[in-house]
Design a protein around this ligand. Structure first.
Ligand SMILES: O=C(O)C(=O)Cc1ccccc1
Length: 283
């Protein structure tokens, strides 16, 4: 089975894929989150793996936007939570005060903000498309004084050295990754049972959102049926200030009677409501 992931080789997403993939997976590195979600939508790959949320930095907006706005047929079929520890990486051994430029994925730069501020105060911090792309670029341009933030796998793959380990702001840093599939791929759906807890992700927007209490009315549909909310995030609808999409994760399966009723009730208040997946909760 071909599984696309946010690449190039050596991302934290690749590590999450390898830690959670069934045997016989053909892992295909793709250049962006958008490309990964689209490859699932188009059927170029059967599954995709992307990051969705980090414990220090919050949502990965590119993933939320790609799922809610750019595609209609892609759903979350599983989730994986992985510890994330960052390394400072360069082509050669370097003193910290020799580093002029440090690059990484913005999520990684943000997770290491204190280290960058306190230990590399003179370095220019640049954004790269992913952590491993930053490491690959440091190796490719070969100039002294350049470093990247990434993992040990990327340092090894691109022939670089690890200068410092564990540079994230807080111990216990974790990222939640999701496995994606097309909604019509029945083999991807995990059936109820087996003693596993499930979660359901939805996105909703519009309707009475300009009226007092609209969001409370929406969420009351869940609360009144005892459906627990584990996360809520908003993203702009890109139609001016004051208009948002709300991403909500719930405990339970979309076909549990209480959840199904709650979602039907929620839908009566909204212009749009989409279920983004029902999947086993990470252990
Ligand atoms: O760029 C990567 O390696 C990713 O997989 C995204 C990411 C970045 C920082 C922490 C976790 C995931």
């Amino acid at each position: 089975m071909r599984v696309g992931y946010f690449g190039p080789r050596g991302t934290f997403t690749e590590e999450a894929l390898r830690a959670s993939a069934p045997d016989g997976v053909d892992a295909v590195a793709l250049p962006s989150i958008y490309a990964t979600v689209l490859a699932v939508q188009d059927g170029a790959v059967r599954r995709g793996v992307v990051p969705i949320e980090n414990a220090l930095e919050g949502s990965v907006d590119a993933t939320l936007d790609a799922l809610a706005v750019e595609t209609e047929d892609v759903v979350i079929v599983d989730e994986v939570v992985r510890p994330i520890s960052h390394c400072l990486i360069a082509l050669e051994e370097l003193e910290l005060d020799e580093i002029r430029i440090v690059a990484s994925h913005p999520q990684a730069n943000a997770q290491c903000a204190r280290f960058l501020r306190e230990r590399l105060p003179r370095a220019v911090v640049l954004a790269a498309s992913s952590t491993s792309e930053a490491v690959r670029m440091v190796a490719e341009d070969g100039e002294a004084g350049r470093a990247a933030i990434g993992n040990r796998l990327a340092a090894e793959l691109y022939g670089c050295r690890v200068l410092r380990e564990g540079i994230e702001d807080l111990a216990g840093n974790v990222t939640r990754f999701v496995w994606l599939a097309r909604h019509d791929d029945e083999a991807a759906v995990v059936p109820a049972g087996g003693g596993r807890r499930f979660k359901t992700s939805v996105v909703f927007w519009g309707g009475g959102d300009a009226t007092p209490g609209w969001l409370v009315r929406c969420l009351s549909e869940l609360a009144s049926r005892g459906v627990n909310l584990t996360r809520i995030e908003s993203r702009p609808r890109r139609m001016g200030l004051g208009h948002y999409m709300f991403f909500v994760d719930l405990e339970g399966r979309a076909d549990d009677p209480a959840v199904a009723e709650a979602l039907a009730g929620l839908g009566t208040h909204c212009e749009g409501l989409r279920t983004l997946g029902t999947y086993p909760a990470a252990r």
